[in-house]
Design a protein around this ligand. Structure first.
Ligand code: NAP
Length: 491
């Protein structure tokens, strides 16, 4: 196969691992990675918590991939806005969608949109300096917050709320978030699960870290440590190593009694919110008590007659994410994914030629960063198998879509442009003893790339001096791609 032109949509882990697998296939290939923001790396930049810098190490692997002369970043370009899927199809042999799951699931209960009720995405994006969320506000003058959901995102949110703020100062947390958290009056956070402690989705390392935060006491009601037969059967299974370790952590909390000197994290189980109550803003949360029903590993939460209310001023729902439909592609609304078979986009049993998915938009929001490597490899294998069956016709690639993009887009950001933004962030951070101080407004980032901006003019294509191809192309020398780091494979 000669002169393969492949577009990847999304620059998070699954997109970069797809690029890695394509580059590693030893073919004559060109990869163009489209990204809506001027900054690459998706959730590794704007999802991984700032106090977990080690988990950001895959960025080094991604940087090496991006140094390939066969790789372009086409940043600050949203597929579906500046360029359509149909237009991309006319330019590329194949398109791999690696655009993640960008929506939060809703609880669909009264009061969900009251002031003081937030999504995990908003809060995580805010403390990580994502431009879409940097202007959100969270009333940290409140005493009590509730997090609905018991996965690792809930742990991240709770940890950022309760960690002594001085511990965050040397991280890459956004400055506005650090400032707001330093004035926080929160005393208590409740993490609420609709099922029991055996079914909680936390990984043990994250749970241990959260329950060991200095100045914070974690508590659990002893009644939740008394397990039903079905829960004991789940724990006895070899599939339940994480749940067993989690139960050891929960049991170690049984003796804890919160006192005045401590902030408190309270793990609550078998409760579902049924309404957020308040006039102008959230004042109380009403729960229904649940009981578990079903065979081991199939237990679901069923509501009982018992209700209770909790006074709280902040609510975060962290009950998982959902993909967003991509215009021109089929969509499974129930699962929030693009229907696919091994990464081939599937339309009612028929594969749509040249269209592929990987990552959360392919399998749903599960797994750790390293999970995406095998997932993307599967998709790339399917793609290469399909292309090998029919000799691909010539595809014009980026040169043919760039004029369209430039007519519609403000400023296309290349990988060398990103290097300028990256360098400036690292430099700003070093003055504050941080790994980087992120730019949180797109205008600030683009201004770095256009110092000779015409007075009063927009930062846009009119100010671009270089021919498009030169600006897009990565000018750096190729280097060997190192193996995946340990942090990507372990959580
Ligand atoms: P998650 O692990 O799937 O957890 C979602 C939680 O929400 C579960 O407790 C689930 O309970 C609950 N839930 C779902 N629908 C609900 C409803 N209607 N009412 C009440 N509760 C509901 O999702 P996540 O925390 O968003 O994490 C996404 C992925 O990213 C996971 O694979 C996670 O491990 C990963 N992640 C990893 C790290 C890390 O390694 N440090 C950090 C962040 C995220 P049920 O079990 O009853 O459905």
């Amino acid at each position: 196969m000669q002169g393969l032109q492949i577009a990847i949509v999304g620059s998070g882990p699954s997109g970069f691992y797809a690029a890695e697998a394509l580059l590693g296939a030893g073919l004559d290939i060109q990869i163009d990675m489209f990204e809506g923001l001027p900054t690459p790396f998706g959730l590794v930049r704007s999802g991984v918590a700032p106090d977990h810098q080690k988990l950001k190490q895959p960025i080094r692997v991604f940087e090496e991939i991006a140094r390939s002369p066969h790789f372009n970043l086409v940043g600050n370009v949203t597929v579906g806005r500046e360029i359509s899927v149909e237009e991309l199809q006319s330019a590329y042999h194949a398109i791999v969608f690696a655009c993640g799951a960008q929506n939060d699931r809703r609880m669909n209960i009264p009061g969900e949109d009251l002031k003081g009720s937030h999504t995990a995405t908003e809060f995580v994006g805010w403390y990580n300096g994502h431009p879409d969320y940097r202007d959100r506000t969270f009333d940290l003058d409140q005493d009590v917050a509730v997090i609905i959901g018991q996965g690792n995102v809930a742990v991240d949110i709770c940890r950022i709320l309760m960690r002594p703020v001085d511990d965050l100062r040397s991280s890459d947390i956004a400055e506005h978030a650090l400032e707001a958290l330093s004035r926080s009056k929160l005393r208590e956070v409740h993490i609420v699960g609709r099922r029991g402690p055996v079914q909680a989705k936390f990984t043990t390392k994250e749970l241990r870290e959260l329950t060991s935060l200095p100045g914070t006491m974690s508590t659990i009601e002893p009644e939740h440590l008394e397990l039903s037969e079905a829960c004991n059967a789940e724990l006895a299974s070899s599939k339940s190593a994480v749940a067993k370790r989690n139960m050891d952590v929960f049991r170690s909390l049984a003796e804890n009694v919160a006192n005045d000197g401590h902030r408190r994290i309270r793990f609550r189980f078998l409760e579902s919110p049924v309404a957020l109550l308040g006039t102008e803003r959230v004042e109380r949360l009403r729960f229904v008590r649940n009981q578990l029903s079903g065979a081991p590993f199939e237990q679901v939460a069923l509501a009982t007659e018992h209700h209770e209310e909790l006074e709280c001023g902040l609510v975060f729902r962290s009950i998982g994410y959902k993909g967003v439909p991509i215009p021109g592609l089929p969509f499974d609304f129930a699962r929030g994914i693009v229907p696919n078979k091994a990464g081939r986009v599937d339309n009612g049993g028929a594969a749509l030629p040249g269209l592929y998915v990987t990552g959360w938009i392919k399998r749903g929001p599960s797994g750790i960063i390293g999970t995406n490597r095998a997932d993307s490899l599967e998709t790339v294998e399917a793609l290469l198998e399909d292309l090998s069956k029919s000799a691909p016709a010539h595809a014009p690639g980026l040169a043919s879509v760039l004029p369209i993009i430039e007519r519609r887009s403000g400023r296309v950001v290349s990988i060398s442009d990103w290097a300028v933004i990256d360098g400036a962030e690292v430099e700003r951070g070093s003055r504050a003893g941080k790994p980087r101080e992120k730019f949180t407004r797109i205008g600030e980032m683009l201004a770095l790339l256009s110092p000779s901006e015409e007075p009063g003019g927009e930062v846009g294509s009119s100010s671009r001096q270089q021919p498009p191809e030169t600006n897009i192309r990565n000018s750096q020398e190729p280097r060997e791609i190192p193996p995946i780091c340990e942090a990507c494979d372990k959580s």
